[in-house]
Design a protein around this ligand. Structure first.
Ligand SMILES: [Zn+2]
Ligand SMILES: [Zn+2]
Ligand SMILES: [Zn+2]
Length: 202
């Protein structure tokens, strides 16, 4: 698919649904930072977590998020599209972003969806981690907010003149050179561990 730096995709005929697919990036970033702070504060005030465990749990949750980010992008957003139904789903969720990478209102999924998915994660993680969920999911949602910010910055702003530049380079390779590689957005860690780092031209 050829990327277009102007224009936008129409995803739905229904104007209400179409409107719902457009999100100002500041909305989900604020929502998820507030929830992340709220969760950890709730964990503290109810004695579920201590300061020290909160720090460890928060960073574990963030780390888990970077893995979810990689897996979702690689296997869900770039799933095999052997049927028209799958093609449609892939295009609605992610293909449109590859066709119009600079469409700034389509760099985050609608908050109504991400909130729903987050609550599923909360309940699953509560089953696994019990009261530690308040620290883990706080870090997880913070990781999502960081991902949203990095992804927006990479598409909207020129690369910085420091080490963070690698995030710009990494994601540009995914968009403009090889969409079967460089799936990590907020970090290249899982590409490196799971063998999808871009090949170096010698
Ligand atoms: Zn992108
Ligand atoms: Zn992609
Ligand atoms: Zn693709």
């Amino acid at each position: 698919m050829k990327p277009n730096h102007k224009g936008t995709a129409q995803l739905f005929q229904n104007p209400f649904l179409e409107k719902l697919t457009r999100t100002h990036i500041a909305v989900p970033i604020s929502i998820f930072i507030i929830i992340a702070i709220g969760l950890i504060a709730y964990g503290f005030t109810h004695g579920f977590i201590t300061v020290l465990s909160a720090i460890g749990l928060f960073f574990s949750g963030w780390f888990i998020f970077t893995f979810i980010e990689y897996i979702a992008h690689r296997f869900l957003f770039h799933m095999d599209t052997d049927t028209d139904v799958k093609k449609n789903i892939q295009y609605t969720f992610h293909g449109n972003h590859h066709e119009y990478p600079k469409d700034k209102e389509r760099l985050a999924m609608p908050p109504i969806m991400s909130l729903f998915i987050s609550s599923l994660f909360f309940f699953v993680f509560k089953l696994i981690f019990g009261q530690f969920v308040f620290g883990i999911v706080s870090g997880l949602l913070f990781g999502y907010a960081v991902y949203l910010f990095v992804h927006y910055a990479v598409h909207a702003y020129a690369p910085p003149k420091n080490f963070l530049k690698i995030l710009w380079v990494h994601h540009s390779i995914h968009h403009y050179k090889d969409d079967e590689r460089a799936f990590g957005v907020s970090s290249p860690l899982w590409d490196w561990l799971l063998g999808t780092m871009p090949e170096r031209n010698k």
